[in-house]
Structure formats: C-alpha cells, structure tokens
Design a protein. Structure first.
Length: 113
C-alpha cells in the first residue's frame, strides 16, 4: 500500500454514510450508540471493532479506492527482454512491446514515460 492509497483510505473511512455501514453489516439498523461511536472516532472504531465488521469496513473502503496500478507485468516483460538481449537475442518487436507496456503502466501511475 502506498502512502497515497493509505491517505485516500482514511478519507474514505471519514465519508462513509450510516446506511452504507448498515447495509454492509457493520452497524445494526437503529443502533444510534454505535453510529455515534463511529462518528466520534472512525479510526478507533475500525481498530476496536470485531474482525467480521472490520473486514466489511475494509471492503467498503477498497470499493471506493481507484484501481491499483499493475507494475508487475511490465517489469516482468522488461526483465525477460533484457535477459534475452544478454544472450544475444536482438528482437525489435520484443523491445517495442516491452517499451509500450512500460509506458502504459507509467501513464496509468500518473508518470511521464
């Protein structure tokens, strides 16, 4: 998890609505005390709640997170391309495909290739 995703997750936790918590099984309908506890300190609530409710809260948070950038696939492609060049394979098609995959991952991550 990156600092940005962690920060975003904390903000999401602060912005969950009561009905979302009820629908997810985190709060019981009409349990005003639990809602007040959550509103008073959602971070403490997250830490102290039982495992099943914490998992339900986590799913709510993750559902609102932007998709994580996949860097594994382009890095694996780059690794294999470089290893093939090490052993004398000079494939322009492989170089182009690998560079394109890396550029797409960088763009998705918000960086300039």
């Amino acid at each position: 998890m990156t600092p940005h995703r962690f920060h975003n997750g904390l903000r999401i936790l602060l912005n969950l609505d009561r009905i979302e918590l009820v629908d997810a099984g985190v709060l019981r309908r009409g349990d005003h005390a639990a809602w007040e506890t959550f509103c008073g300190d959602p971070y403490r609530f997250f830490i102290r709640v039982d495992d099943a409710k914490r998992e339900a809260l986590w799913k709510l948070i993750e559902a609102r997170q932007p998709p994580a950038v996949n860097l594994i696939t382009p890095l694996q492609a780059a690794y294999h391309a470089l290893r093939s060049y090490q052993y004398g394979n000079g494939s322009p098609d492989l170089a182009i495909a690998t560079a394109d995959a890396c550029a797409a991952a960088l763009t998705e991550a918000g960086a300039t290739p």
